[in-house]
Design a protein around this ligand. Structure first.
Ligand code: AMP
Ligand code: MG
Length: 224
């Protein structure tokens, strides 16, 4: 039903969310000191670990893979929902597949109204981008499958090792990289200060960025 509601390809697996670090033992056999250290440092938070899966995780959730993506979210409403349900929850972002991940109630409503039965409003997202996904199935070679809210530099410093980029073989283990993602339905222009600015009607434009642009744009989306 999640795949149907999102229009998500059925071989793109979902992240399984838990509310207590101790819940991880039922989902994966991989509880080495290295994994425990990662969890102690980064959970709850925007870091997803791809690990060997136990059979209890249904194949449909894993996209048929032998691995599962596991995470402990930091949002108190999400944590309360998982605790109250008494089971780990497979939960992707509440957007249509391919569209940007929502960060507030309104964006969820715009994408999903009529496709899901209810929306539980946990407030605006703190991070605003996807979780960082790392593959820890090989302890000697940790792979960065998707950049996200947990910066690479902080992970590498804590782990004392470089995160490797998946080669084409291991890319197969990262189904999410095969699909078009996070596409807004309006034109987006990347602009660097000092470059010639394209000819646009700025009265209907909005910007997202670190610095105010040097020309007048009607709306600011968000200051990062
Ligand atoms: P999202 O679609 O934002 O919920 O993020 C889930 C991401 O984790 C997608 O890029 C998935 O392809 C990826 N993912 C989930 N499970 C696995 C897995 N078992 N192995 C590799 N990547 C996974
Ligand atoms: Mg998503």
């Amino acid at each position: 039903r999640i795949y149907k509601a999102k229009g998500r390809p059925s071989d793109n697996p979902m992240i399984v969310h838990i509310a207590r670090a101790s819940d991880i033992g039922q989902l994966t056999p991989m509880l080495s000191p290295q994994i425990v250290e990662i969890i102690d440092n980064f959970w709850p938070g925007p870091l997803t670990l791809v690990m060997k899966a136990k059979e209890i995780i249904p194949p449909v959730t894993r996209g048929g893979l032998g691995t599962a993506a596991l995470r402990m979210p930091d949002n108190p409403v999400a944590a309360a929902l998982i605790k109250a349900s008494g089971t780990p929850i497979a939960a992707p972002s509440a957007n249509l597949s391919g569209r940007p991940s929502p960060t507030d109630f309104e964006s969820v409503f715009n994408d999903m109204d009529g496709r899901i039965e209810m929306i539980l409003d946990g407030g605006n997202a703190d991070v605003g981008i996807e979780s960082t996904v790392i593959d820890v199935t090989d302890p000697k070679k940790i792979l960065m499958l998707r950049p996200g809210g947990m910066p690479r530099e902080i992970l590498e410093k804590t782990l004392g090792t470089c995160l490797e980029v998946p080669d084409s073989q291991s890319k197969k283990r990262s189904p999410g990289t095969r699909y078009r993602h996070y596409a807004p339905d309006i034109p987006v222009i990347i602009y660097k200060r000092g470059e010639k600015f394209p000819d646009l009607d700025l009265r209907n434009a909005a910007y997202a960025g670190i610095n105010e642009p040097e020309f007048k744009i009607a709306k600011k989306i968000k200051k990062y």
